[in-house]
Design a protein around this ligand. Structure first.
Ligand code: ZN
Length: 218
């Protein structure tokens, strides 16, 4: 296992792109893995390819679209109207059950195959929309499980776990990639690159974080 290399679970969105550049700063060689999971906006995969190519990172795209067939949620099913806000007693329907469980498990198998034991994911507990698979407890638990499952010493890094969206913008700025993150990534649930549609939950979170950060920078 090579401790100088890392595998980033990479979607081409703000968070995972920030993590990609965090990994480039902290590891000698970085690999990226992007999933096609039946997302409505598969265009994000093309953006991910472009960002990785520009950054000189090896990107593997893997089709796991069976995930979309398992459940109904508004990110993979056009007939489901997206929750604008988190319902009181349940998860928003933008939650794709098992997504990070599948992604990180598959990433670990791939990482093992290419001789890498460091993995990086852009999940965050601080800003989370209530997604249980973005919480620190889940990541730590899965890390142990993956080690037991494959008799490996994987280390899952979560640079964004305890920071909010404004601090994520700050991190991008410190890494010297503020403009790349702002212009080239896709976070919007309506599939619009850069600043997005401005209205979906993902855009709202991203925009509020950006405004807070820009106000603090002045
Ligand atoms: Zn949007």
């Amino acid at each position: 296992m090579n401790k100088e290399e890392a595998l980033v679970v990479f979607s081409g969105g703000q968070d995972s792109t920030t993590c990609l550049f965090w990994a480039i700063k902290n590891f000698k060689k970085v690999h990226a893995l992007t999933f096609i999971y039946g997302q409505k906006h598969v265009h994000e995969v093309d953006l991910a390819k472009q960002i990785a190519a520009d950054a000189g990172v090896d990107l593997k795209v893997m089709d796991v679209s069976f995930i979309a067939g398992l459940t109904h949620n508004s990110l993979t099913d056009s007939s489901v109207i997206m929750d604008k806000e988190k319902p009181k007693d349940s998860l928003p329907n933008t939650f794709v059950p098992g997504r990070n469980l599948f992604f990180l498990s598959i990433a670990a198998v791939y990482a093992r195959e290419i001789g890498v034991n460091h993995m990086v994911t852009g999940v965050s507990q601080t800003d989370f929309s209530g997604y249980p698979d973005c919480r620190d407890a889940f990541i730590k638990s899965l890390n142990v499980t993956l080690n037991l499952a494959m008799e490996e010493q994987f280390v899952i890094h979560t640079p964004l776990m305890w920071i909010d969206k404004a601090q994520t913008w700050q991190l991008a700025d410190e890494l010297g990639v503020f403009d790349i993150i702002r212009n080239n990534t896709l976070t919007c649930y309506n599939g619009i690159q850069g600043d997005g549609c401005g209205e979906c939950p993902a855009c709202t979170l991203r925009r509020e974080g950006l405004e807070t950060y820009l106000a603090s920078r002045k």
